[in-house]
Design a protein around this ligand. Structure first.
Ligand code: 5GP
Ligand code: MG
Length: 186
């Protein structure tokens, strides 16, 4: 195996505490409204499940009526590095029109994925579009417009490739309960 789990950057108790805070924040932001969470697969599934539960726990009964949708995004490397292909589920438009939408992703790096997804959701007649990411990388190079910044961020992290808590490297390590750096073996 050419690589392995490196330093733990965010232990599970810190993730749980922050997810609890974010749940309370969403309970406030969406009190009495009927938002649709649009999750970008697959990296945010662990975060999504913990977050919506924390949100429900922090909400008064009957004021957290929310629904879930899933979209996928693939970025293409090589000759067209800026190209992100977004796949939306059939009939999404009818389920988000007129409603507040919260786009959820695992990690914000260049920002192309989140921006590309928002560009596809915005024209669907949504009442409001907000974004939340668990992790955002602090980068040396500034992000170019028209990159959309997340409205809410769980943790700012250094610019390293991370795995765990839903994030993979080549299809492995999504089930680590913490966020760790990927260690490349020489
Ligand atoms: P962006 O489009 O912002 O450059 O990257 C966002 C997407 O790239 C994320 O949704 C995620 O799938 C992937 N990604 C970016 N950085 C990392 C990382 O450090 N670890 C993992 N596992 N995926 C990453
Ligand atoms: Mg992703």
């Amino acid at each position: 195996m050419p690589e392995e789990v490196g330093e733990v950057l965010i232990p599970s108790d810190r993730i749980a505490a922050r997810v609890g805070e974010l749940g309370r924040l969403l309970a406030d932001a969406y009190a009495g409204r009927e938002p649709v969470v649009v999750a970008i697969m697959k990296g945010c599934v662990l975060f999504l499940a913990d977050l919506v539960r924390a949100w429900g726990e922090a909400s008064q009964p009957h004021v957290a009526a929310m629904d879930l949708e899933f979209v996928s995004a693939q970025s293409y490397e090589g000759t067209r590095p800026a190209k992100v292909r977004v796949t939306l589920p059939e009939g999404l438009e009818t389920r988000v029109a007129g409603r507040p939408v919260l786009v959820l992703d695992d990690i914000f790096d260049t920002g192309r994925t989140l921006s590309a997804v928002c560009r596809r959701i915005e024209p669907l007649g949504v009442a409001e579009l907000k974004t939340l990411v668990l992790l955002a990388k602090r980068r040396a190079a500034p992000r170019e417009p028209p990159i959309r910044r997340p409205d809410w961020v769980g943790f700012e992290i250094e610019d390293r490739f991370v795995i765990g808590y839903g994030l993979d490297y080549r299809g492995r390590w999504r089930n680590l309960p913490y966020v760790a750096a990927l260690r490349q073996k020489p």
